[in-house]
Design a protein around this ligand. Structure first.
Ligand code: PEP
Ligand code: MN
Length: 337
């Protein structure tokens, strides 16, 4: 951290700051310029994050050098993290394709879609049993029994299951029935939920908040990891911008940026990122080209009648065609699909 002092800062101001740094166990290096004094803080200065240094007399600006996160950072771990989910690797050379309905509806429908996506080459089944809906009058998900439908689909297809948790009180249920626990965009900063899933080693798919910056996103991942859970996947799912033509704006630059800043696998959800089924294929291709480690795609056999997000769900035939195209893109960028 670099602390730049105002030209009028006195020796007493400097001593006051140095005393505080010493109290916090940090060393400092003083550079006395013609006009200004600059203090370089040596050591892990993350503890200064919550210290109001600009409140000290004589301080003009404070510039952190180290990122505010630690465990999620590339510096902490050079190699990509590869998370194993029931034999399926997420984060390695092979791109993980997670597909399935937005919401779990009926048993037969869930199992049917699971067979379709598996046949097309998906490696993980998605489906929400509990749905975080904007309106309290919208379908809220079938709840607990939805997780049993997913389990039956898993039994028949072998596909591990990712499903969203909304409530810390459901943790035992999800630990038992889901292979990956999804934290949705709306809960990215539900810190109690983050701490709860952080207490186990069950893989977590953390979605970027509706208007979250990369920094906030990584700090949420840090919440989970700081509790001990190292199996975190980051999911870019579009952010809210001024554009109203589509549901959200897919932040493609977030993919290489997250990969540069963090060792965690980066998954892209082109369905919620666009809200339109016809944009799912082009955005999936772009995501793989940009280095995504996985995709989370909504697939429904009858989108017109889907209870949730039919407008952004693609049919199994379209998904199959997309998988074929993705293999070619994957080959071009050195990935297997
Ligand atoms: C979902 O994946 O089912 C979902 C609700 O997505 P998001 O949290 O990204 O809106
Ligand atoms: Mn959805």
């Amino acid at each position: 951290m670099i602390i730049v002092l105002k030209p009028e800062a006195t020796e007493r101001d400097v001593d006051h700051i140095l005393d505080r740094l010493r109290e916090l166990g940090l060393k400092s290096h003083i550079s006395q310029g013609a006009e200004r004094t600059i203090i370089g803080v040596i050591g892990d200065d993350r503890i200064l994050q919550n210290q109001p240094l600009t409140a000290f007399p004589g301080v003009e600006s404070v510039t952190p050098i180290l990122a505010p996160w630690k465990l999620v950072s590339r510096e902490f771990r050079k190699d990509d993290t590869v998370i194993e989910v029931n034999g399926v690797k997420v984060g390695g050379k092979k791109v993980a394709i997670m597909a399935g309905p937005c919401a779990v509806e009926k048993l037969e429908l869930t199992v049917g879609i699971a067979h379709e996506v598996k046949g097309a080459g998906a490696s993980i089944l998605r489906g929400g049993a509990y749905k975080p809906r904007t309106s309290p009058y919208s379908f809220q998900g079938v709840g607990r029994e939805g997780l049993d439908y997913l389990l039956e689909a898993k039994k028949q297809t072998g596909l591990p299951v990712v499903s969203e948790i909304l409530d810390t009180r459901d943790i035992e249920l999800f630990l038992e029935k889901a292979d990956i626990i999804q934290i949705g965009a709306r809960n990215m900063q539900n810190f109690e939920l983050l701490k709860e899933v952080g207490a186990y080693d069950k893989p977590v798919l953390l979605k970027r908040g509706l208007s979250a910056t990369i920094k906030e996103f990584l700090l949420s991942a840090e919440y989970i990891m700081s509790r001990g859970n190292r199996n975190v996947m980051l999911c870019e799912r579009g952010i809210r911008t001024f554009e109203t033509q589509y549901r959200n704006t897919l932040d493609l630059a977030a993919i290489p940026t997250l990969k540069e800043l963090s060792h965690l696998p980066v998954i892209v959800d082109p369905s919620h990122a666009t809200g339109r089924w016809n944009l799912v294929a082009p955005m999936s291709k772009a995501a793989i080209a940009a280095g995504a480690d996985g995709l989370l795609i909504e697939v429904h056999s009858n989108p017109e009648c889907a209870l949730c997000d039919g407008e952004e769900s693609i049919k199994p035939a379209k998904f199959k065609e997309l998988m074929r195209d993705l293999r070619k893109i994957g080959e071009a960028v050195g990935r297997e699909i």
